[in-house]
Structures are given as C-alpha cells and as structure tokens.
Ligand binder design. Sequence first.
Ligand code: 6GU
Length: 275
Amino acid sequence: MKIDIVSVFPEYFEVAGLSLLGKAQDKGLVTVKAHNLRDWTHDVHHSVDDTPVGGGAGMVMKPQVWAECLDDLLGLDAAGAEETGDAQATPTERSEDAPVQQARDGRGGRPVLIFPNPSAPLFKQADAAELSQADHLIFGCGRYEGYDARIPDYYRGQGLDVREYSIGDYVLNGGEVAVSVMMEAIARLLPGFMGNPASIEEESYTGAKPLLEYRQYTRPTNWRGMEVPQVLISGDHAKVDRFRWDEALERTSRIRPDLIERLDCSQLDKHDLAK
Ligand code: 6GU
C-alpha cells in the first residue's frame, strides 16, 4: 500500500517511521510519504488559505493550491484554466473517465482520497477494514476552519473515490492527528503487519462479536491482595469463554449501549437474553 499525506506540517508524520508502522515500511508492506502543501504555491508568502466567502471568522484553504498538489499526486493533467490563471488550460479530447484511468495507471492502483473533517461521518472499524484493501491512499489534512468544499466535490466529479471522515465528537486544530489515527487503524489490518494476526480477530468492534472487550489479567494471580477472577485459573475453557462473553456483554451495555442496539440477536443465547 502506498500512502501520501498532504499537510502544511509534514514533519508531523515523521512518527510514521517509528513503531510497527516503521517496521511495516521496512518490510515493504507500506510506504508513507508526507508532502508539504506549500510546495504547490506560487506566491512569495506560500499562502494556502483565504477568508471565507459569505463572511465569518477564520480562514479556508484555497482550492487552487490543493488541486495542483492532488493533480500531481494523482498523475492527472491540470484540468483546466483556474480562476487565477495560475494553471494553464489544457483543452483535450480526453474522454469522461480519462482522469480516473490516468490515476489508476499512474502510481499504484486506484487511489482513494481521504479528507479529515469534523463535520463528516464517523470513521469506523469497517471503514478501516475496507480501506486496508486499497493500493493507494491520499490523505489531505485541512487546517484552520477547513478547506473549500469544492475540492472533494471536484475529485468526486472526476470519478475518484473520495471520503471525508471525522474521528470523534470533539474539535482538533487540524486534520493531522485524525490522519494519524485513521492511518494506524488501516495499516495494522494489512496482511503481515501484526506479529500475531489472531489478536486482530478477537478485538473489540470487529469479528463476530462487535462488543467491548472483556478485562484481561496476567500473573501474579494475587497482586497486592487483589485476586484475579477464580474462573480464569479453573482451567475450564468453556467456563472461561462464558465468563468473558458475559463480561463483554455487561460492560458493553453499561458503557456503550449504542453498540448493543446494533448487535445481531442471533448471536445471543437464552442465558444472554435473560439478563
Ligand atoms: Cl477529522 N478534524 C478535526 N479538525 N477535528 C476533528 C476531526 C477531524 N475529527 C474529530 N475532530
């Protein structure tokens, strides 16, 4: 998988060289490259934003700079004359789906464009799983009060797969942290990324049981006078499974009742339904 990230703070992504993501890069499973959006500016101030049309506080990221950058990363020709005239018009005989074809043939398979946006749908484990199948992801980090809404719309119009996601109901200063979160959630699902693939199977939100996980313990079984639940040292695997499933169900209904509402009831037995 190839990951390109566009940001005005590309240094932020130096961390991608560390930890498991760094190892995955060494193994050739994934390559992560962070680009500085300002490299696609032409003015002396390298400005990437402007005041909002219609008024209001803050600044909005300009579409021209983003498009020059994204066209480059996608291997697309400049689509046409820009409002400012800073990109030359290229009137061609190109057919409707030519840009997508170009993008596909360009750098590593059909790309998916992803823009973090606090006002977008929530990024879920299912999205991470789906995106882990892609060959090429391009993340565009917005800063300040966001980016011109025509940017994602334009690339959708070009036939590209464009996503906008929020990572939760809180406000961050920009998309960088959100991209780190999404990138890690996606990359760890790549085959060969995890040392032990079984640890992915059992996790919360995935697999047959989309519940919060049961609590874990290790030795010593008595620590500072605190015992681990006796059933876990009974050696009775059926009882251990039952105990863990009960705990997962109890914790989920208490902490995340929204997950219980979405639970497939065919996964529950009489014992569960009694509670
Ligand atoms: Cl994706 N961006 C920003 N700026 N804030 C957020 C977010 C994204 N998701 C939650 N808060």
